[in-house]
Design a protein around this ligand. Structure first.
Ligand code: FAD
Length: 401
């Protein structure tokens, strides 16, 4: 088999497993190397957000992989932003005129496992517990380490593609050999994930009367399920996305330093006082938020910029490995799925000249990735600051008409 019909893919996360599916469906022999154990056997080890907003851009990739029917029942429709003001009043701002313009909340682990099933069904070989450790560029040989028993194995690379996320080991190996023009701009804000469990999971009598109504109306969700909830508070905010089994994943976004900040929330009393002051209507819905806050890691946020996503015909990066962004437009995965679709289309019918395909891929996708990176940064200001600003919303509505 020629080198150019063999694909070596590093990372079987969301983007890597979609790309593996699309390339295997096009007749390529695909080997995917993934650092983690198989999540279908060992359980999903996340580390990033528990759920994600899937938009039409992302559904398109899933449709091409034949997965939209499998994912649709697992996704919860979000019609708009449900804004919670400091008095506990809520206001739904729809994303579009009707339910054709909505986004969907999906569980990251479920989506990744569905994509892995599809990749293997299409014929891709997925090697789990294989962490890329180094690349010998002289003979294009990759070394992978097992985190379970420490063993090392090598693999002679075919066409080499990296989808190993924001901390990409392939990118590091490439930058040892060539300058990709890499820079990372930290946001200075981080995040914590908390949970609003389904109403049945705790004593609903503790809820205020209006929230008890949700239960009387037959739902197990503690709030309106078909919305992305936002508590905008100026320099910071909470958001909550629904999960199909009736819970919500809440994410607090807060500056790392200053007042208030993640650094200042250094005790249960400080966290309680902060939430009771700023997110009072959410507190009764989160019976374990203080434990969640203590237990869950603090996430780091920033934007990764590269001048070049590929090195001649040697290797190409895509997804977060090429362009990690802040999550405020809910588009990182959606953009990565578009990368996978574009690359698979460019590789339709063979890849005789990898350098030309990599260059054309970068030419088509980089302006889009740069644009979404800038929009994601802008949207943080809008979400935390302006979604409850009536003047701003009126101005924006007038601009659009
Ligand atoms: P990843 O998902 O990071 O996958 C990389 C894979 O490579 C992993 O499986 C990892 O184990 C593996 N890997 C890493 N290193 C190695 C190695 N050395 N060797 C082998 N394998 C390796 N996007 C949206 O579209 N909508 C959202 O609502 C949204 N919300 C988000 C919320 C938060 C808080 C964050 C942090 C991100 C959010 N994103 C969202 C962005 C989204 O998570 C990423 O864009 C997406 O996960 C990128 O997919 P990826 O496959 O490129 O990288």
């Amino acid at each position: 088999m020629s080198k150019s019909s063999r694909i070596t893919l590093v990372g079987a996360g969301l983007v890597g497993s979609l790309l593996a599916t699309l390339l295997a469906q096009r007749g390529y022999a695909v080997d995917v190397f993934e650092r983690r154990p198989d999540p279908r056997k060992a359980g999903f080890i996340g580390g990033r957000s528990i759920n994600l907003a899937l938009a039409e851009r992302g559904w398109h990739g899933l449709r091409l992989a034949g997965l939209s029917d499998a994912m649709r029942p697992l996704a919860v429709m979000m019609r708009g932003r449900m804004v919670h003001d400091t008095d506990g009043r809520t206001n739904l701002q729809r994303y579009g005129r009707d339910d054709s313009e909505v986004i969907w909340s999906v569980n990251r682990g479920r989506l990744n496992m569905t994509l892995l099933d599809a990749a293997q069904a299409a014929g891709a070989r997925v090697h789990f517990d294989a962490r890329l450790e180094s690349v010998d560029w002289k003979d294009s040989t990759l070394s992978f380490r097992s985190d379970v028993d420490g063993s090392l194995r090598t693999h002679a690379a075919g066409v080499l593609i990296g989808a190993d996320g924001a901390g990409s080991a392939l990118r590091q190996a490439m930058t040892q050999a060539t300058d990709l023009g890499e820079r990372f701009e930290p946001l200075g804000h981080g995040y914590k994930e908390l949970e609003i469990p389904p109403l049945t999971a705790f004593d609903a009598d503790r809820l205020p009367a209006d929230l008890r109504e949700a239960r009387a109306n037959g739902g197990t969700f503690a709030m309106e399920p078909n919305a992305l909830h936002i508590w905008p508070r100026g320099g910071y905010m909470c958001i909550a996305l629904p999960n199909a089994e009736g819970s919500f994943t809440v994410t607090l976004f807060l500056p790392n330093e200053g007042d208030p900040s993640l650094a200042r929330l250094d005790s249960r009393d400080a966290v309680r006082a902060f939430f009771e002051r700023d997110f009072a209507d959410a507190v009764p819905l989160m019976p374990e938020y203080l434990d969640d806050y203590e237990r869950n890691p603090t996430g780091v946020l920033g934007t990764l910029y590269l001048d070049r996503w590929h090195w001649n015909d040697r290797a190409l990066l895509l997804g977060d490995a090429a362009h990690a962004i802040v999550p405020f437009h809910g588009q990182g995965m959606n953009c990565g799925f578009e990368d996978a679709v574009e690359l698979a289309e460019l590789m339709e019918g063979g890849i005789a000249d990898p350098a030309a395909v990599f260059a054309e891929f970068e030419r088509r996708r980089k302006p889009n990735a740069d644009a979404i990176a800038a929009m994601a940064l802008d949207n943080y200001v809008e979400m935390r600051d302006r979604v409850d600003d009536a003047d701003f919303l009126l101005r924006r509505a007038l601009e659009r008409t």
